[in-house]
Ligand binder design. Structure first.
Ligand code: RNT
Ligand code: ZN
Length: 412
């Protein structure tokens, strides 16, 4: 234990904060790592390129080209992130040699992933993939084409079964998230009927009850996508109403709202009406919603909202960004480490002092305290947490990534 950590502990103790208790609590909060940062959301179906109004920019060398490479990269990145981790898979990461259609996917097509999860002690989360497919050209669950709509309903049903299998096998609840790109480039004449079809499709998908011990369903809203600038049928209001009325999870993606709108402010409202929610922690920059997560005020606000109210069991934390312009393991680990950092920082807030100041109307003290916290020796606690978790800290993380780049990525 370093001298710095000892001093830090005393500084926090002076404010009534138990650093050891904070670390112990942090160790129990899982963060779900998105597999798609490793291969630019390509998946293994081979045909076609990424669409659905999302885009990955950059061509940094070393992209994982197949499942073995992706798993190797994930195994490496897990060594760089402290704390409890989960792995979030998309249906396009099935290993089928491109021979099985999405509506016919089965748990066996994810057997290697399940083995990997067991070996790495990871819970799994899952997503049906409603993009990068010819049948998604004119919408998926909102499609006016009954054949296409049926295909996508069947795909989602197949995915829920796979997710339940993961949950059962790992004895760890899987969260299955539905995000569809359906929308309109120009202003549609009729916004209602596509949304009615979306309700019907979702109801058909969720008709079969699955034990919540194994699988939880979530729906993710969006403001707009590339090529769907004028209307996105799965909007915030649409899914908020749907999630509340069906008692499923609402997924809030940090990059899916107006630029000054923040998801940190939505958590306390959503959880008054819902048992659980899912977060896609991301960072929007102008039109793009998928930059590497930085430790910025909004990330801190998200973490503080979770921690202050003891919501860590009800808020499922997932990451969602894709950057191909820098080393992908660096992108992954920087964002994931920032999520943990923000959680730790939140756990080190002097809850009693802040609540007392606010409750007595002493808003100046509240502000003073919140600002002073920013210059406490947080870094020493973070370093201690990394040491105890057997992961590197500071630029040593980058050293490890560079070694892997030389030994593995540069040879791809
Ligand atoms: C897209 C959504 C969605 C995807 C992933 C790949 O805008 O955020 O969650 O990023 O499913
Ligand atoms: Zn998302």
């Amino acid at each position: 234990m370093s001298k710095c950590f000892e001093i830090a502990k005393e500084c926090y103790a002076a404010l009534g904060v138990d650093v050891e208790a904070a670390i112990a609590r942090l160790e129990e909060i899982p963060v779900s790592l998105h597999c798609w940062q490793g291969d630019d959301v390509a998946g293994f179906e081979s045909a076609g390129s990424l669409d659905g109004g999302i885009a990955v920019t950059g061509n940094y060398p070393g992209r994982a080209r197949n499942a073995e490479e992706l798993r190797a990269d994930i195994a490496e990145v897990l060594k760089l992130i402290p704390g409890k981790k989960r792995l979030n898979l998309h249906a396009i990461y099935a290993e089928t040699n491109g021979k099985v259609e999405r509506n016919e996917l089965e748990p066996c097509h994810f057997a290697n992933w399940l083995d990997f999860a067991k070996a790495q002690d990871l819970g799994l989360d899952f997503n049906p993939t409603f993009f990068s497919h010819p049948l998604a050209a004119n919408g998926t669950l909102t499609s006016a084409d009954d054949g296409a709509r049926k295909f996508w309903i069947e795909h989602a049903i197949a995915c829920r079964k796979i997710a339940a299998h993961f949950g059962k096998e790992l004895n760890n609840t899987c969260v299955t998230n539905i995000w569809i790109p359906d929308g309109s480039k120009d202003t549609p004449y009729d916004r209602l009927n596509p949304r009615k079809r979306l309700v019907d499709s979702l109801d058909a998908i969720l008709a079969e009850k699955i034990d919540k011990k194994y699988n939880l369903d979530a729906v993710e809203s969006k403001l707009f996508g590339i090529g769907a600038e004028s209307c996105t049928y799965g909007s915030n209001e649409f899914y908020m109403g749907y999630a509340v009325s069906r008692n499923i999870l609402l997924c809030l993606d940090a990059g899916h709202f107006h630029p000054t709108e923040v998801i940190s402010d939505k958590i306390s409202s959503a959880l008054l009406y819902l048992d659980d929610i899912l977060l896609h922690v991301s960072r929007g920059v102008r039109w793009d919603s998928d930059h590497v997560v930085c430790w910025d005020p909004e990330l801190q606000a998200i973490a503080s909202e979770i921690v202050r109210h003891g919501f860590e069991k009800r808020v499922h934390i997932g990451l969602d960004y894709f950057d191909a312009s820098i080393n992908r393991l660096a992108a992954w680990s920087i964002g994931a480490r920032n999520m943990s950092k923000a959680l730790l920082f939140a756990l080190l807030e002097p809850a009693k002092l802040l609540a007392d100041a606010e409750n007595s109307g002493d808003n100046a003290s509240r502000l003073m305290l919140l600002e002073e916290l920013k210059s406490l020796p947080f870094g020493a606690v973070w370093k201690e947490y990394c040491d105890r978790s057997n992961v590197p800290c500071g630029m040593a993380v980058m050293d490890q990534i560079k070694k892997y780049e030389t030994a593995v990525l540069s040879k791809r």
